[in-house]
Design a protein around this ligand. Structure first.
Ligand SMILES: NC(=O)c1ccc[n+]([C@@H]2O[C@H](COP(=O)([O-])OP(=O)(O)OC[C@H]3O[C@@H](n4cnc5c(N)ncnc54)[C@H](OP(=O)(O)O)[C@@H]3O)[C@@H](O)[C@H]2O)c1
Length: 285
């Protein structure tokens, strides 16, 4: 495909780099100005560096890769510059509706979204990580099929996502990608207080993640909460309260929710009453 990328940031350059390596042609990179676009264009084998005021060359797909809040503004700005020669347009947001691109639809494009379910921290790491990742496709036929093929050409696994389900899906992605880092920060601080290197937890954490995907997250739960070992958890909470009191409330709250997941809510109710923060002091560590 001939592809134009608007917004030469982390995600735009990652997708463009992977597409370029997979045999697609990046015809232009569009930035706030030509200067903004030039470094990315130079790394993408002959792509033109364009600013927002420039007319766009013909393309099969326009990828709007700006931050979420700029998508609608950019779509409105670009619509008069399509020249009727851009077949389809997508944005890369997992949250925003496809309708953010309505001005491009009015200008004759098929519209959709293409959300890599992956962290793309830099163009190089992002391009490499797309292979093997899953990509949420929100589009109607025939663009849907085209985007599935694009994902597969990058070595990624496409799946369909309804436009109305995007906020929920994005919340799930945040729970998967961001929330474990709260637990790992807690673990790191408690290990440090106990004189244990955090790296010692790595094989354990990796095994837990593997179990969650092999068995499902609920059956993968082991440990004192799953067993109903209330005395063990009481001893843990006492130790945390002395060595790292800033973590007591998050620790107790996590036990409360885990006990619910494990069907052990009744076993832990009395213990957790003791550790409930006074009203108005529920803040984290
Ligand atoms: N990075 C990820 O891990 C990731 C993963 C999946 C999906 N996404 C999605 O990808 C999209 C971009 O995210 P990102 O992380 O790549 O953000 P980013 O690194 O901040 O890149 C955004 C790019 O858009 C440009 N831009 C912003 N406003 C613009 C405007 N009005 N006109 C033209 N260009 C504009 C920025 O230019 P300046 O630098 O000059 O401001 C920058 O080059 C978002 O929709 C995000 O949800 C990101």
């Amino acid at each position: 495909m001939r592809i134009i990328v608007v917004g030469p940031g982390r995600a735009g350059r990652s997708v463009a780099g992977a597409a370029n390596s997979s045999g697609h042609v990046i015809t232009a990179v569009v930035g706030k100005s030509r200067d903004h676009a030039a470094p990315a264009a130079a790394s993408l084998g002959g792509a033109a560096a364009l600013g927002m005021a420039d007319d766009l060359p013909p393309a099969d797909l326009l990828i709007v890769a700006t931050r979420d809040d700029a998508i609608a503004v950019v779509a409105a700005e670009l619509a008069p510059r399509l020249g009727g020669a851009v077949g389809s347009a997508v944005h890369l947001s997992g949250l925003k509706s496809v309708s953010e691109l309505a001005p491009l639809a009015a200008a004759g494009c098929r519209i959709g979204s293409f959300h890599p379910l992956q962290t793309l921290p830099s163009p190089e790491a992002g391009a490499a990580r797309l292979s093997g990742s899953w990509v949420a496709v929100t589009a109607e036929e025939p663009l849907r099929r085209t985007l599935h093929e694009l994902a597969r050409s990058l070595g990624a696994h496409p799946f369909d996502l309804a436009d109305g389900a995007k906020a929920l899906y994005h919340a799930g992605a945040a729970a998967a990608a961001n929330f474990p880092l709260l637990s790992l920060t807690m673990a790191s601080d408690l290990f440090a207080a106990a004189g244990v290197p955090f790296v010692a937890a790595r094989p354990l954490v990796e095994a837990v993640v593997a179990n969650a995907f092999e068995m499902g997250p609920r059956p993968a739960l082991t440990g004192p909460v799953a067993r109903g070992d209330v005395g063990t958890v009481a001893a843990q909470l006492d130790a945390v309260a002395i060595a790292a009191p800033q973590w007591v409330a998050p620790f107790a709250a996590t036990v409360l929710h885990l006990a619910g997941v494990a069907g052990r809510g009744d076993d832990f109710r009395l213990l957790l009453e003791r550790w409930r923060p006074p009203q108005g002091e529920e803040g984290g560590a």
